[in-house]
Design a protein around this ligand. Sequence first.
Ligand code: ATP
Length: 235
Amino acid sequence: MLKLENIKTFYGNIQALKGVSIDISEGEIITLIGANGAGKSTTLMSICGIVPPRFGEILFMDQPIHNLNPNKIVSLGISQVPEGRRIFPYLTVVENLDMGAFLRNDKDAIKQDLEYIFELFPILAERRHQAGGTLSGGEQQMLAISRALMAKPRLLLMDEPSLGLAPIIVKQIFEIIRKINSEQKTTIFLVEQNANLALKVAHRGYVMENGKITLADSASNLLSNEAVRRAYLGI
Ligand code: ATP
C-alpha cells in the first residue's frame, strides 16, 4: 500500500533521513520505534508532504506521492494524527471533527462516521459542544485521532499517541488503535517511543537510528530481540 524507497529528507543543510525504505501492506499495523531525534516524525512528515524528501520515492497504491502537496495526499486517503495533538482549541469538538472531513462532500457518510466516532469515544459525544482547548490531554488525543478518522483514511499515520498521557488513557488509546484497524480495516503506521506498547499492538516494526532503518522484523521477533530489549524496552 505504501512504499518508501531510499528517501532522504533535509531541513536546510541538516539531513534528517539518510535513505529510508519502508513497506506497508494494506490492513497492517506497522510501528516505527527509535530514540529522540532518530527521524521518526520526519518520516511521517515526508509521507504526508509537509517536509517532502529531496531524494527517493514514496508510492501510495502504486502512485508516486512525494511530489504532491499535503491536501492532495489527504484526498488520496492518508491522514495524520500529529505529535502533540494540535486540535483547534477555540473550536468545539464537533467543529474540530468537521474540519477533519473538509475534503469530503458525502454528507450521509460523514454523519455515519461521526456516529461511529461517538461510539468509539463516548466522552467526545458528551463534550460535543465544548471547546477543544478545554478538554483533558487524553480527550484531546481522542479528538485528534477522531479528526484524522473523519477524513476516512485508508492509511492513518500516528505520531506518538501515548505522549504525556496517563497509563490508563494510553491503554485505552492502544485498544482503540487495534479496533480502528480491525473494524474499519484502516492501515496504521504508528510512530512511538513507548516501544513496548507499540510492538504489542503492531504486526511488524522498524527500528530507526540516526536517520536510518537498522532493523525490520515481525513485532514479536523485535519484542524478543536482545538489542531492542536493551535499547528500547529497558530490560
Ligand atoms: P522525537 O521522538 O524526539 O520526536 P524523532 O525521532 O521524531 O524524535 P525528528 O523530529 O524526525 O526525530 O528529528 C530528526 C532530526 O531532524 C533531529 O536531528 C532533529 O533535530 C532534526 N529536525 C527536526 N525538525 C527540524 C527542523 N524543523 N529544523 C531543523 N532540524 C530539524
